[in-house]
Design a protein around this ligand. Structure first.
Ligand code: PBG
Length: 336
């Protein structure tokens, strides 16, 4: 049998206690803490309703009419969070989601209102057709039920241009369509919207953890699932390749989604593409698991939030999109 010298009882006393010495007080633990999270690294998602506010099970899953959004938004800003991500939830869907471009004034108005009130706030917007189309898929379908890729890319690019004109800082395409980043970049550049950036949902898995989001954003597919375009949960090599391609197409930021169940993928992509900011999205199902477990009295909510976010940062995410953004930002400093 081999002896492990680190834990060998014959080792000198100084070696046996060398690690615990750095854990004996909050001050020394904080001093040598390797991973930290600042409020400025968090992004808070919000759902913008075309008409009235519809409360969800938790406030994070509420569709806010723009007038009602301003109070929670102020709370986010006061907590020190400097970035938000908006999802438009229209009253009516159309067959192929053309409303995402033609009648999407409510989202444009919301962007303009938010920017007028909080000029320094970074505003991002989701670019995808699923909430706007009756079929609930993330692009335009042809008569055989497959994506019409050319038309899909055109529509996504038009949608990005509309959001950019309304004043968003970054568009966030989440449709997992091949070629979507270069199509959006060219369209923005053609319209002289060269300042608008792209945060691509570059590595997005076909995940059960989007379920609460789909209830809120009314974006569940009417038939089938998203496995023909989103990644299979077991595929590491494809996951890296997806982000590499979006990087080459000119995405300013990349993303792994969901976050917690895919920490290894976050690390792989950070290693493969170290010079691009990487975001990770702690999605609605990850949020719901923590909230529900806390409500059932089986987890301490504040500690579960902190540990889950620290793990995502430690894995390699530079930015975390999380429904806990404001709550966690408020709690930072109170944790010992
Ligand atoms: C739309 C979209 C989804 C999410 C973000 N954008 C759902 C999906 O792809 O089915 C999920 C976000 C979350 O669960 O919090 N394409």
């Amino acid at each position: 049998m081999q002896t492990n010298t680190m834990f060998d009882t014959a080792a000198p006393a100084c070696q046996k206690r060398s690690l615990q010495r750095l854990r004996q007080s909050p001050a020394i633990r904080h001093l040598v803490q390797e991973t930290r999270i600042a409020p400025a690294q968090l992004v808070m998602p919000f759902f913008v309703s075309e008409s009235e506010t519809k409360r969800g099970r938790w406030e994070a899953f509420t569709n806010f009419a723009i007038g009602d959004l301003l109070t929670p938004l102020q709370g986010v800003v006061d907590a020190g969070v400097q970035s938000i991500l908006l999802f438009g939830v229209p009253d009516h869907k159309t067959e192929q989601g053309i409303g995402a471009i033609e009648n999407n004034h409510f989202l444009g108005d919301a962007i303009a209102t938010i920017k007028a009130r909080h000029p320094k706030l970074l505003v991002m917007s989701d670019v995808c057709l699923c909430s706007y189309a009756t079929h609930g898929h993330c692009g335009v379908l042809d008569e055989t039920g497959r994506f019409d890729i050319a038309l899909t890319l055109e529509r996504l690019a038009q949608m990005a241009v509309e959001h950019a004109r309304a004043g968003v800082d970054l568009v966030a395409p989440s449709a997992m369509q091949d070629g979507m980043v270069s199509a959006i970049r060219s369209a923005l550049d053609d319209q002289n919207l060269t300042e608008t950036g792209i945060m691509s949902y570059s590595t997005k898995f076909a995940s059960c953890f989007y379920e609460p989001f789909r209830d809120t954003a009314k974006s569940a597919p009417a038939f089938g699932d998203r496995r023909t375009y989103q990644l299979e949960p077991g595929n590491r090599q494809q996951a890296i390749r997806e982000s590499v391609l979006d990087d080459q197409q000119g995405a300013d930021m990349l993303m792994v989604k969901p976050a917690g169940p895919y920490l290894d993928i976050i690390r792989d992509i950070k290693n493969a593409i170290p010079n691009r900011p990487l975001a990770a999205y702690q999605v609605s199902g990850e949020y719901a698991m923590i909230r529900a477990a806390a409500e059932a009295g089986v987890l301490n909510e504040a500690r579960a939030i902190e540990e889950s976010l620290l793990a995502i940062r430690r894995a390699g995410a530079d930015v975390i999109i999380t429904y806990f953004a404001a709550q966690f930002a408020n709690a930072i400093g109170n944790v010992s």
